[in-house]
Unconditional design. Structure first.
Length: 78
């Protein structure tokens, strides 16, 4: 199953260095999410790509601020 996101979200994700790979291959290389922190981002269980422009670390916690990844988790819980 390929994932779908809104055009607005895709437009907000201009810095994606992976050409939206998460939408093309069923998210096999997506970081796994522990929980969604509204207004902050996604708190990650496991980070697969440490060179992502949307990844931030704070006190040993990895936070994803990617608009596309946020929408995927919100709508598909994946």
């Amino acid at each position: 199953m390929a994932y779908q996101i809104s055009a607005e979200t895709k437009e907000l994700t201009k810095q994606c260095p992976y050409d939206f790979q998460c939408l093309k291959d069923d998210g096999r290389d997506m970081c796994s999410v522990k929980f969604m922190a509204k207004g902050i981002g996604l708190i990650l269980k496991e980070c697969k790509r440490h060179d992502c422009a949307y990844l931030f670390s704070l006190l040993k916690v990895n936070i994803c601020k990617c608009p596309t990844r946020y929408e995927l988790y919100k709508h598909y819980h994946t």
